[in-house]
Design a protein around this ligand. Structure first.
Ligand code: SF4
Ligand code: SF4
Length: 412
């Protein structure tokens, strides 16, 4: 933990109302300011106690406190460093260690995730029925059963998708681990939209997980390994821009240079990472938008809105679709509780935040929820299901645009 970054905090408390755990519990040590105070104590020599580790674990890493801070405190860097220190210095209970080890041997590896597809497909209804029983054994297992999305048919994207009409740009595309295996339709829509807007889209087969999930959980070594592999894959593909459609992946990749340092930082800086909505707004539209009569609510994924400050671009893309009415969700800056693997490791808090978000989404009366992060999509869908009301379809911005560009009557 960098004492200089810690010293930037002037304890003003402006960040407190933006922090979901402070909003829930009103506890100073579960606020950004309180956590920075604990970091200071630790760098000044106080050993890391289980209580301190608990306050750091309870942080969602949602980064809502970063734009809220008038002093520019880099809480994003601080919590990354702190999580790595927690992993080094704190001995978790055996059950927690086992759970974390299994999750990080599974989620960042698309081939291992692929092996899960069949059992997940066969057990969709059963999993939901088992969830209450699992809750008594392990809330984390119950959360996994509850969250897993319906398994869709695999979509294999070719290595290169040609621009429709005159080529305006060539971009690489990150397919991701969870996005690629559980939301292949989002990747397919992303590639089609980019191509319809005049981009050649390069999809390197050697890419995998970008390292975001590992980084956000303090597993530095794994994150660095996966980051280097991602950079190498796109270097070999010969692209200088990577378009990313998952908020958490985009924010991590934009920070590669800072995470990796040295020669790898230069290699990271040579390739620009850009969020899909950000890129499409910059590029400007050429494809015709066909009417799509739908009332949609847009959910701000934390790693898009707070970490990347991409708020206006998805809204601009959606409101440019004829017939689409966009509604805002109250408390849009408060995290839905997904936060990477948070909903697996801190399931009770995640559930409270998910329920709160589902209520705000339902209050909009929208018939479609738009979310640009696979974790948020799973989390909010599960929370809406728990309420026992008619489910609202959840789609990525790319899928909504794709439907409009292709002249479909609704988002598939
Ligand atoms: S993190 Fe920023 S907003 Fe929060 S107490 Fe410190 S200086 Fe103030
Ligand atoms: S990252 Fe989110 S949960 Fe953590 S201290 Fe900041 S606002 Fe609170």
């Amino acid at each position: 933990m960098d004492p200089k970054l810690i010293g930037d905090c002037v304890h003003c408390g402006f960040c407190l109302p933006s922090c979901p755990t402070y909003v829930l519990w009103g506890e100073e040590m579960d606020s950004p300011r309180g956590r920075i105070h604990l970091m200071k104590q630790h760098v000044e020599g106080t050993p890391l106690t289980p209580e301190m580790a608990g306050h750091f674990d309870a942080c969602l890493g949602c980064m809502a406190c970063v734009p809220a801070c008038p002093s520019g405190v880099r809480y994003d860097r601080l919590i990354e460093q702190t999580r790595a220190e927690v992993e080094r210095a704190h001995r978790r209970r055996p059950g927690d260690r086992m759970l974390r080890a299994s999750v990080f041997q599974l989620l960042p590896y698309p081939r291992r995730l692929r092996a899960l597809r069949l059992p997940l497909r066969l057990s969709a209804g059963l999993r939901r029925r088992l969830a209450p029983g699992l809750e008594r054994i392990s809330p984390s297992l119950a959360a996994m059963a509850d969250l897993a999305p319906p398994v869709r048919a695999r979509v294999r994207l070719p290595g290169r998708i040609a621009a429709r009409g005159p080529r305006r740009a060539t971009v690489g595309m990150l397919t991701g681990c969870v996005q690629g295996e559980f939301f292949p339709q989002v990747n397919a829509a992303t590639a089609r939209v980019l191509a319809m807007e005049g981009c050649d889209v390069v999809v390197p087969a050697s890419q995998g997980c970008c390292g975001a999930l590992s980084l956000h959980s303090g597993r530095e070594e794994q994150a660095v390994r996966l980051a280097r592999r991602t950079i190498t894959a796109f270097e070999r593909a010969g692209v200088d821009t990577i378009v990313v459609n998952a908020a958490g992946c985009g924010s991590t990749m934009k920070g590669y240079a800072e995470i990796l340092g040295g020669a790898w930082a230069d290699r990271a800086r040579a390739i620009r990472t850009v969020d899909l909505a950000e890129y499409l707004v910059e590029l400007g539209p050429v494809a015709e938008r066909h009417p799509l009569p739908v009332v949609a609510a847009y959910h701000d994924a934390c790693h898009l809105a707070h970490a990347q400050r991409v708020r206006s671009q998805p809204r601009a893309l959606l409101t440019a679709i004829p017939g689409l009415e966009l509604r805002e969700i109250a408390e849009s800056s408060i995290c839905c509780g997904s936060a990477g693997t948070y909903n697996l490791f801190e399931p009770e808090t995640a559930r409270d935040l998910g329920d709160r978000k589902a209520e705000r989404v339902l209050d909009t009366g929208a018939g479609l929820l738009v979310s640009a992060n696979p974790g948020c999509t799973m989390q909010i869908s599960a929370a809406i299901r728990r309420r026992g009301v008619a489910p609202i379809p959840v789609a990525h911005t790319a899928q909504v645009l794709d439907a409009s560009l292709r002249g479909l009557a609704k988002v598939p």
